[in-house]
Design a protein around this ligand. Structure first.
Ligand SMILES: *Cc1c(COP(=O)(O)O)cnc(C)c1O
Length: 380
């Protein structure tokens, strides 16, 4: 129950163990088409090119930045947590000039600041931001930010690694250009794949580059010789066959449950967990209106050794939660309710274990009150 990987369901684990076949086997090519269609549905991106890159979420970030930016291009990048900082580093490596728009960790990206940055003298080629900041548990206004990018003639890059599958992601409604994610968060598949969606505008911008992208594996033009399928597939890299079985199965499970049902489940488990944590005497970091249901950032109470609490949970309860990063190091815990880990059982497990770990350090929160508040919230 940390910031990912989340629990992988038995059906996805079973899919991973199917026999490995060739990456150009006709049966596998059928599966590739189903995965592309599933991703297009998941991203709400019927007119985007959707493919899973053969590496974790950071691959999507790297592909977006390295394909869209060339030396000398201007990029406006929003930083309100760890992952915005990583995008700034990558854009610099691509040779771009970067304007970083900074907001305090624990708050969303400010549209006013982004508007001001985009209104500067020179046209920005790219606006990049993180939809769901996993380091803080905060959601930013993706629709508003993509609209600003459009108005200023910039291509948008949206990090949906933690948001996809937990809260609505709608590439078509946002008119977003490159949206990327990872499999180990709300999709509840193992880490190792990065689904991406690219708009027609993004594909055209990549085709119009003056020089080739500087990384070969994620060069979208080359990659599509394998994933595109039109006019026949040719070898580009050996696809991670079994990992793709797992992604396929997690997409099937997602649509069997139903998109709205999945989002409602995440929201309900979040409300239940927060009710329990507050009854225990703990406080959330983010303001209620910006909170992500799938990533709950809880303040460490005064006088508590936070690392000891995490060690206790792992040793006594086999339960992992996340630590704070950067300026939040030592100050918060990050509790994931992602995908298969968003269940009443997980909420109760976490509250029970956390109450016990805190009590071991003399903290006076009552476990029974926490469980009662969590259950009451679920109507249980
Ligand atoms: C986890 C995460 C990433 C990086 O994904 P990896 O799979 O660890 O490479 C990027 N952005 C956000 C918002 C994340 O939560």
């Amino acid at each position: 129950m940390g910031p990912g990987p989340s629990d992988v369901s038995p059906r996805v684990l079973a899919a991973l163990s199917r026999p490995t076949i060739g990456h150009l086997d006709p049966a596998f090519q059928d599966l590739m088409e189903e995965i592309k269609a599933g991703l297009a549905r998941l991203f709400h991106a019927p007119d985007h090119v959707c493919v899973p890159l053969p590496a974790p979420g950071t691959a999507g970030m790297e592909a977006a930045i390295m394909n869209l930016l060339e030396p000398g291009d201007l990029a406006v990048i929003c930083v309100n947590g760890v992952f915005g900082t990583r995008m700034v580093d990558m854009a610099g490596r691509a040779g771009a000039e970067v304007i970083a728009v900074e907001d305090a960790w624990g708050t969303p990206v400010s549209l006013d600041k982004v508007e001001a940055a985009l209104s500067g003298g020179r046209r920005a080629k790219v606006l990049a931001f993180v939809h769901a900041e996993t380091s803080t548990g905060v959601r930013s206004d993706a629709a508003g930010l993509c609209a600003l990018a459009r108005r200023h003639g910039a291509l948008s890059i949206v990090d949906c690694v933690t948001s996809l599958g937990g809260v609505p992601v709608d590439a078509a409604a946002w008119d977003a250009d490159v949206v990327y994610s990872g499999t180990q968060k709300c999709l509840s598949a193992p880490p190792g794949l990065s689904p991406v969606a690219l708009s027609k505008r993004a594909v055209a911008a990549i085709a119009a580059r003056k020089e080739k992208p500087r990384n070969w594996l994620y060069d979208i033009g080359l990659l599509m010789s394998y994933w595109g399928g039109e006019g026949g597939r040719t070898y580009h890299h050996t696809a991670p066959i079994n990992a793709l079985y797992g992604l396929h199965e997690s997409l099937v499970a997602f649509f069997e449950e139903g998109e709205q049902a999945v989002f409602v489940r995440h929201a309900r488990m979040h409300e239940s967990l927060v009710a329990g944590l507050e009854a225990l005497g703990l406080e959330m970091l983010a303001a209620p209106e910006h909170r992500l249901p799938q990533l709950n950032t809880v303040k460490v109470p005064e006088g508590i050794d936070e690392a000891k609490v995490r060690a206790y949970l792992l040793e006594r309860w086999d339960l992992e939660i996340g630590a704070g990063l950067g300026p939040l190091k030592g100050k918060v815990w990050r509790i994931g309710l992602m995908g298969a880990s968003a269940s009443p059982w997980h909420v109760r497990l976490c509250l029970t274990a956390l109450a016990e770990a805190l009590a071991a350090q003399g903290f006076a929160g009552a476990r029974d009150a926490a469980l009662a508040a969590a259950d009451a919230r679920l109507g249980a």
